[in-house]
Design a protein around this ligand. Structure first.
Ligand code: PEP
Length: 258
């Protein structure tokens, strides 16, 4: 089954509002009405209002990089799902490795966020992945399984098909050392097997699983042409509109031969 492929850009803590607006102009001039690949941009919170406006009549979707699970309250520095909905976000990245490792987010917390995102009709992009040490110790599957199953513990079955998983080996993020497509496929097959055990085979066929970690215009084709890889989550290379557009085009080229 060929699912709609995704090219999602995670800008992390890059770009002011002004820079984000200039990017949108440059990127949209390339995109035009192109809709064959699902394009998602996840800027910092501060740039969401400007991008919400500039992307509103385009096929490019808007996502956030994180959120709290509560709707409101005394949570200084946090952003609620209702606030993202108000800005017409459709996606939210949850459990990114930088959140897990730098900010010590636990899989239980990520699970609460996933549940809350679904309650607000936001599609979670749930990130899972092992560190280099965990891979070298042969613990990849164990780590990925823990992050995955706790992440989707309270998944409402009727919305499960909108879930997006991103397999992002931590050692490949921002290092210029991507996993091999073969290694990525091996872990993605394991993720699909675990999802199947929980949600059933029919459902799992609908869920998109992305690869992330040093994706570039040069290597993206070899990932997304693989039957089990439904797109990419891109950090560094998504910061340049020309490079991100090339990634979208390469994704489309792969789709045509899949
Ligand atoms: C990411 O931020 O999720 C990521 C994969 O970053 P990069 O593409 O820069 O490795």
């Amino acid at each position: 089954m060929v699912r709609t492929l995704i090219a999602a850009g995670n800008w992390k803590m890059y770009k002011t509002v002004q820079e984000a607006s200039a990017y949108a102009e440059a990127f949209l001039s390339r995109v035009g009405n192109f809709q064959e690949v699902e394009m998602i941009i996840c800027p910092p919170f501060t740039a969401l209002p400007a991008l919400s406006q500039s992307l509103s009549h385009s096929p490019v979707k808007l996502g956030a990089q994180n959120m709290h699970w509560e709707v409101k309250g005394a949570f200084t520095g946090e952003i609620a799902p209702s606030m993202l909905k108000e800005l017409r976000c459709q996606y939210v990245i949850l459990g990114h490795s930088e959140r897990r490792h730098i900010f010590r987010e636990t899989s239980e917390e990520v699970g609460k966020k996933v549940q809350s995102a679904f309650a607000w009709d936001l599609c979670p992009i749930l990130c899972v992945g092992e560190t280099l040490e965990e891979r070298e110790n042969g613990a990849t599957n164990q780590i990925v399984e823990e992050q995955l199953l706790k992440g989707i513990e309270s998944l409402p079955p009727e919305k499960a098909h909108t879930l997006v998983i991103a397999y992002e080996p931590v050692w490949a993020i921002g290092t210029g050392k991507a996993a091999t497509p073969h290694d990525a496929e091996e872990v993605i097959a394991f993720i699909r097997q675990k999802l199947g055990e929980k949600l059933g085979q029919e459902m799992v066929e609908k869920i998109r699983i992305l690869y992330g970690g040093s994706v570039t215009p040069e290597n993206v084709f070899d990932f997304v042409v693989r039957p089990s890889i439904d797109g990419t989550l891109v950090g560094g290379a998504s910061l340049d509109p020309e490079k991100f557009w090339k990634i979208v085009q390469e994704t489309y080229r792969a789709l045509q031969v899949k």
